[in-house]
Design a protein around this ligand. Structure first.
Ligand SMILES: [Zn+2]
Length: 88
């Protein structure tokens, strides 16, 4: 911009912050080897809340493979949301 022979430089700066919130206990999608799909994974407590299945019953279904799970290197169990819904 030229004004009275002086050059004025206007600089603007913008910032953007994106916040993604998830319900507690719900993990990002992970690969379920039994569904062969990327599905929503839940921790044990969230799986109980989500499905309404009691802890002991959930453990039994995990043992039989009716409900799928993946044990991470950290030892945490991730439970397949699809198998909880009975989709696979
Ligand atoms: Zn699965």
């Amino acid at each position: 911009m030229q004004l009275n022979g002086k050059k004025i430089l206007i600089t603007t700066e913008t910032r953007e912050l994106t916040v993604i919130r998830r319900e507690p206990g719900r993990c990002a999608e992970s690969f379920c080897p039994k569904c062969c799909e990327y599905v929503e994974m839940l921790n044990f407590d969230a799986a109980i809340s989500f499905s309404g299945i009691g802890g002991r019953e959930l453990m039994m279904r995990l043992e039989t493979g009716e409900i799928h799970s993946v044990e991470r290197d950290s030892g945490h169990l991730q439970i397949c949301g699809w198998s909880l819904k009975g989709r696979k």
